[in-house]
Design a protein around this ligand. Sequence first.
Ligand SMILES: *Cc1c(COP(=O)(O)O)cnc(C)c1O
Length: 380
Amino acid sequence: MTALSELAPPATAREARPADRSALLTVDLAAVAGNVRTIAASTDATLMAVLKADGFGHGAVAVAEAALANGATRLGVTGIGEALALRAAGVTAPVLSWLNPVSAPFREAIAADVELAVPGLPHLNAVIQAGRGAKVHLQLDVGMARDGAAPADWAELCAAARAAEKRRLIRVVGVMGHLGCADRPGDPCNAASRARFEWGVQTARDTRLRPTQLHLAATAATVTDRRSHYSMVRVGAGLVGIDPSRTVRLRPAMTLTAPVVSVRQVRAGTLVGYGHAWTTPTATQLALLPLGYADGLPRAASGRAEVLVRGRRRPVVGAISMDQTVVDLGPDPVDPGEPVTVFGPGDGGEPTVADWAEWAGTIEHEIVTGIGSRVPRRLR
Ligand SMILES: *Cc1c(COP(=O)(O)O)cnc(C)c1O
């Protein structure tokens, strides 16, 4: 328990102008374009741009257009809803959707020429019921026990798909798998998964299926192992500057800034934030930022994270709250309304998404897809 009398008295807090009180997420489409060109140059295979989760939080339509203009020719998403949103925005490139419940709107997908991954007989039957002519990618689990048909069920799935194809109900255009350890290129699990994938393709061919789109690799395998490319690679993270294998230089495409809301002078011994998780060791100045974990700043990064203020790294202090974050400015002057860079490509010394991921004990993907919907987006 802390008696009120022990708390440092509140010091005067200068307030920012209301117009300055908005965080901003800036998406650098030139960075996306450069990343797509870098990746396209590393393969002879068809490049599918993966735009799930709103283009990894960067804006699916904008990332799709940048990818298609720089070497990608196909698009991939998880749910049919994401595919239909691309169609509604006028995107006409081929789109594959690979994660749907059997109750998904397969009829709308077929009508919008959205290709569908089929991981088992219940899905195959649902797609056949939904209408004629679906372009199907049979999906095999090559070793992560997550999505795709188990190998024990594969031959039966291929046979059922071939029977439907003969009746002109569907067309099997692809076989897909997904690697579970591609961020560790030397892991034997990759060779085992490739072997299982090749077995799956051969089994499909033995069933007289003629899939032309054979795809296994995502970003990490695309940039580390040509043997995994087959006829197509599916790249998501790499588009926006994330390389899970840490082997190529890609450019982060997101910059998150926020204006200082207020600056307060405090004494040594001031208890800061929820739970009084931090106490000022000296007299200092604390800046308040209008961003918190609801906006995607991970609470787990409290006590470790930094931001860039006037060209210098400053620590985030106390617990990150839902809407607010406190930064220790030290003795240097900072005015309310001044911009703070939470993360960016790192050119100016600001933290990167990779730094935030490390501080929070997570991966970059979780940071970029977690930026809250109330943060305004700007494309540049
Ligand atoms: C997310 C996803 C991808 C893209 O993976 P990245 O590592 O982000 O390139 C590819 N395929 C499937 C099935 C996925 O779910």
